[in-house]
Design a protein around this ligand. Structure first.
Ligand code: GLA
Length: 387
């Protein structure tokens, strides 16, 4: 992304003065989908695409003047307005500002212009990129950088919950804040411990195929999935009052079977996927330690199947891309992120890459009238101040 581009718009749309520039990335996730809000493990990495914002205190008590460069949309609002702005992009600014205030940052009025190159609705978490970028800026401008990285992660998540209607977990904001070039991260979402995993799969590469079916999590069945998981936990807890069951992480296969009838077929399927995914992430960790990428790929296909049949967050286009990957001998392929559209992530041997991409473009185009977009994954750094 281009600093001069963002700066020129910031100068043009406000009072001609410059501010500070901050950037935060979107993310990929190798494996561990819908496990974050179930207290499980995830395996994300930041990407080289993200959001860049120029920001500056404007001397007012609480007036925010915001310009979304890509949308050419300007919205001004007051932090004291209990409803906040209506434009969905501006709600991320409003929400994160109020969440940072809750953390003790004395946020006052500011000007902000931002642009991004994370594809919107592709499941690469453009929203977390915005939240963490704005949090990083507000922390620097008003908070003497006192807010910790973890608190910024949680402020981003709270923004989704409280102002955007998505009861998401912490994976996306975590990856955006903590990302490190060349490394994936294994995060235990219950203890919040994490490790950086240098990811250099000799002979393989990661590529995303974007179905361009727009995924939208707000007000979507995403929250229903979370409710299903919580319902199963409640039933297991009721049967085992002696134990402490906070999330599906604490539940075993046997306990799930015990409540199968009472929770109903749908919630049972959801929980079945999550328990399977918990095991798969750990299997992938072992496989990565042994450099066994074929095993990693096998787990990715299993995840896809579970996301499609049990968690039911796939769509026809994503299943089709998964089939094409399989038919081309691609090592691993699956839906990435929340689902309901967006991308597949593919682990593909270098020698198969060209043929796979050509075949996917051709066949997808024949069926849906447009090619999928192709993004080669480059694992980049997390939130930072640029200047
Ligand atoms: C979205 C959410 C994350 C996570 C994924 C699914 O990206 O924001 O918290 O639940 O879906 O793994």
């Amino acid at each position: 992304m281009d600093i001069e581009f963002v700066r020129s718009r910031f100068i043009k749309h406000f009072d001609g003065k410059t501010g500070n520039v901050y950037a935060s990335p979107g993310r990929i996730n190798l494996i561990g989908e819908h496990t974050d809000y179930n207290g499980g493990f995830v395996f994300p990495g930041a990407v080289d695409k993200g959001v860049m914002a120029e920001m500056r205190a404007n001397g007012t008590e609480d007036t925010v003047m915001a310009y979304a460069i890509d949308l050419k949309d300007r919205v001004d609002f007051k932090l004291s307005d209990p409803n906040g702005p209506r434009a969905s992009w501006a709600r991320y600014i409003y929400g994160i500002a109020l969440e940072m205030k809750k953390l003790g940052v004395p946020v006052k009025g500011f000007n902000i212009a931002f642009a991004g190159d994370v594809p919107l609705g592709a499941g690469m978490s453009s929203s977390a990129a915005m939240e963490s970028c704005f949090a990083c800026g507000l922390n620097d401008i008003f908070g003497e950088n006192k807010v910790s990285q973890w608190d910024m992660v949680l402020a981003g998540q709270a923004t989704e919950h409280n102002y955007c209607g998505v009861n998401c977990g912490i994976m996306d904001q975590f990856a955006s804040v903590f990302g490190k070039a060349g490394c994936l991260m294994r995060l235990d979402c219950r203890s919040r411990e994490f490790e950086y995993f240098p990811f250099k799969p000799d002979g393989y590469r990661l590529v995303l195929l974007d179905s361009v079916v727009k995924h939208q999590l707000a007000g979507s069945p995403y929250n229903d999935r979370r409710n299903s998981c919580e319902n199963v936990v409640k039933h297991i807890q009721a049967r085992h009052p002696e134990g402490k069951f906070e999330t599906l992480r604490d539940c075993t296969w046997e306990q799930l079977e015990e409540v199968k009838e009472e929770v109903g077929a749908e919630d049972y399927k959801r929980a079945k996927f999550v328990l399977g995914e918990k095991d798969r992430v750990l299997a992938v960790c072992d496989a990565l330690n042994e450099g066994d990428y074929e095993k990693v790929g096998e787990m990715m296909y299993k995840t896809h199947e579970g996301l499609s049949k049990d968690y039911e967050v796939s769509c026809e286009e994503l299943d089709f891309l998964n089939d094409i990957a399989k038919e081309n001998g691609v090592t691993g392929s699956r839906i990435m992120g929340g689902g309901f559209g967006g991308c597949t992530i593919n682990l593909v041997r270098n020698d198969l890459y060209k043929k796979f991409i050509e075949d996917a473009k051709k066949r997808f185009n024949e069926k849906y009238g447009h090619e999928p977009k192709v993004y080669d994954v480059v694992i980049g750094d997390g939130s930072r101040k640029i200047c």
